[in-house]
Write a protein that binds this ligand. Structure first.
Ligand SMILES: *Cc1c(COP(=O)(O)O)cnc(C)c1O
Length: 234
């Protein structure tokens, strides 16, 4: 068994254990393997171990890797853009990725919608919320998230699926849960105001290698895990 195989099993076991402890169905927690800085060969190993969804932080690296995996014969993968996004890079993301997790500006969302090729499914997006003022100050405040969500409804080629956060490292499980619980409450608020018939707001993108248990305990539906699967980044 390769290291990536083994680590993937360990991560899936962590998710399953957290689900069992908190009365959740493991089918309700998707695993996004964050492959930034990792080689196409490493991604292929994860594919061979059954992983399908991958997250990338840098546009050109991601676009190149998507092409490389296709050339290696790996098809049917789902690619999530989880990094910061400048307006001059939106076209490449709209053309190559399935999801974008860090939406924080209407202007970027408008470009993504306009540039999404007609032959592809709408781009699935999450609004990034900044609940603790940390990590490069990326993300919008809770009230801004509610307003931005309404504006995204007007964009035909985007589907808002939920909220995402990248908290500062917190000292313990209780503090992590308190922070993640705020994102869950905000999603509930948004769901209550959501028009019937609009695409389901079903995604809480929260939890990474160090805090996925607290995220699962707090209702995460998608954990973004890098180093626990691929090993430490250079
Ligand atoms: C790098 C990254 C991750 C994964 O972090 P790990 O600690 O390696 O699991 C998750 N989400 C985002 C947005 C990232 O940039």
């Amino acid at each position: 068994m390769t290291t990536i195989d083994h680590r993937l099993l360990q991560v899936r076991a962590r998710i399953a254990r957290a689900c069992a402890q908190h009365g959740r169905d493991p089918a309700g927690v998707a695993l996004l393997a964050v492959s930034k800085t990792m080689s196409p060969a490493a991604v292929r190993e994860a594919v061979h171990a059954g992983q399908r969804a991958f997250g990338e932080n840098y546009v050109q690296e991601g676009v190149d890797k998507i092409a490389a995996l296709r050339a290696l014969g790996c098809t049917g993968l789902q690619w999530h853009y989880i990094g910061a996004l400048q307006s001059n890079k939106t076209r490449a993301v709209a053309e190559h990725f399935d999801w974008v997790h860090g939406i924080e500006r209407l202007a970027i969302a408008q470009r993504l919608s306009a540039q999404r090729p007609p032959g592809l499914a709408p781009l699935q997006v999450c609004i990034q919320v900044n609940l603790d003022g940390g990590r490069n100050k990326a993300g919008v405040s809770a009230p801004e998230a509610l307003a931005l969500a309404q504006q995204l409804l007007e964009l035909p080629r985007l589907r808002l699926r939920g909220l995402m956060c990248i908290p500062e490292p917190l000292p313990d499980f209780a503090a992590q849960c308190a922070l993640f619980g705020q994102l869950r409450a905000l999603l509930a608020q948004l769901q209550a105001a959501w028009p019937p018939g609009a695409a389901a707001l079903d995604t809480l993108s929260m939890g990474m290698s160090a805090d996925l248990e607290a995220a699962v305990a707090s209702g995460s539906t998608l954990v973004r895990v890098g180093s626990a699967i691929f090993g430490p980044r250079a």
